[in-house]
Design a protein around this ligand. Structure first.
Ligand code: SF4
Length: 419
């Protein structure tokens, strides 16, 4: 690693510096200080490897059975963790592929724990996730384990993951992780063909003993195609279900690649004259393991993704590279690169997102705008909301409605970069 610790002491805390506090964590409970997303992300995800025994239909990583020969080495990964620690005690996620395909995974978790990072892992739902390795990870200092469940039953989930028995492994892994004392999370991808299963998914989540349900709204990249994405109205229906569930759930709910959920929450709260902030507040179930959550984390703004070969991206769904940990300092890239700075400046947004009264709280998915139009500043193509100012322009014939606007900007599949 060319930059071991060169920017100062790992214990240095970046928060409290000047700048925005869009990512402020909840006032009640107050377990974490306000975050300054210009200085540090809330969350960094590392794609430990692309190797995986599953072959999911919409895999972001286009995972394959074998490890890539140019993956970060153990020493390089440790150097990366040291630089991550410069951001403070942020959350670090070992993702994949399947992180359990790396034989050094326990060693790396232990190294991160000794640095003081709060860490989670998202293994594939396969037999590789044994009780023994989960115990080793817990002993090494892991806080949370997340598994993907993309349907309320094995038929729906296994069809999506394309491996028989994957759903049952997911339930087993959750149960065993809880038995050894890890807190657990479920990740679910919302796509066009599981919209009808969302009520059953909500019911299933309430039975699993998890602390966090992360609901991903499909971005058409990797193996996913635009026709796999639910409609803007389909998104809206799921947002409302999630909001309803959040009022009684014994776990926190987060919508990923869908900041417009924040807009729906604000609209619903205003209509109900209700004050509890379900985006970050409520009962803080996910603080049980010290991980918690922040509001308004989105591509490059509170978030950074590092690929299996060390490439640095604003998220795993926005394949525009800002550097590589082998040649660039990841802290410098996050704070000062043109790409990350441009993504954090919401004045750059275009179309209805620029005109939107919810822009400070939402801003739309930059990854989905990029996937659909080739411009990460474009308006979110899957938002059902028309801001009042934009509606006025439509009524005056100065701008087209959504269908015409996005049809003119659509980028064909053949033109999309694949990662
Ligand atoms: S128009 Fe854009 S900023 Fe406004 S709610 Fe929709 S996605 Fe968010």
């Amino acid at each position: 690693m060319p930059h071991p610790m060169k920017h100062g002491h790992p214990g240095g805390h970046p928060h409290g510096a000047h700048g925005n506090t869009r990512g402020s964590t909840p006032g009640r409970g107050g377990a974490m200080p306000p975050l300054d997303f210009d200085q540090a992300p809330f969350l960094v995800i590392w794609e430990t490897t692309q190797a995986c025994d599953l072959a999911c239909k919409h895999c972001r990583a286009k995972a394959q059975p074998n490890r890539h020969p140019d993956e970060l080495t153990t020493a390089e990964a440790k150097g990366m963790l040291e630089r991550i620690r410069e951001f403070g005690r942020i959350i670090f996620v070992f993702s994949g592929g399947d992180a359990f395909k790396r034989p050094d995974i326990v060693e790396l978790v232990k190294y991160g724990a000794d640095l003081g990072l709060r860490m989670a892992i998202t293994p594939a739902t396969t037999p590789l996730a044994t009780r023994e390795i989960m115990q080793e990870l817990k002993d090494a200092g892991l806080s949370r384990l997340a598994v993907s469940l993309d349907g309320s039953n094995s038929g729906i989930h296994d069809e999506f993951r394309q491996v028989c028995g994957s759903f049952d492994h997911g339930l087993r892994i959750l149960k065993e992780a809880q038995e050894i004392g890890l807190t657990t999370q479920v990740n679910t991808v919302v796509r066009k063909n599981n919209l009808g299963d969302m009520d059953a998914m909500c019911r299933l989540m309430t039975e699993l003993g998890i602390v966090f349900w992360e609901v991903f709204f499909l971005v058409p990249m990797g193996r996913a195609r635009p026709e796999d994405v639910a409609s803007a109205q389909g998104f809206e229906n799921v947002f409302n279900k999630l909001y309803d569930l959040s009022k009684t759930a014994t776990f926190d709910i987060k919508a990923t690649a869908a900041p417009q959920y924040g807009r729906v929450v604000m609209q619903r709260r205003a209509a109900e004259q209700q004050e509890v902030d379900v985006l970050t507040g409520g009962t803080h179930h996910s603080l049980k393991d010290g991980i918690g959550r922040a509001r308004n984390v989105t591509d490059g703004d509170g978030f950074m993704f590092i690929s299996h070969v060390g490439d640095i991206y604003p998220s795993g769904f926005l394949p525009v590279k800002a550097g590589n940990v082998r040649s660039d300092d990841l802290v410098d890239v996050y704070r000062h690169s043109d790409l990350f700075r441009a993504l954090r400046d919401r004045n750059n947004l275009k179309g209805k997102c620029h005109s939107c009264n919810y822009r400070p709280n939402c801003g739309g998915s930059r990854a989905r705008a990029y996937a659909m139009t080739g411009d990460y500043h474009e308006a979110e193509p899957f938002c059902a909301y028309i801001p009042p100012h934009w509606q006025k322009l439509i009524d005056e014939g100065k701008v087209p409605g959504d269908a015409e606007y996005f049809a003119a900007r659509f980028r064909a599949v053949e033109e999309r970069p694949m990662v």
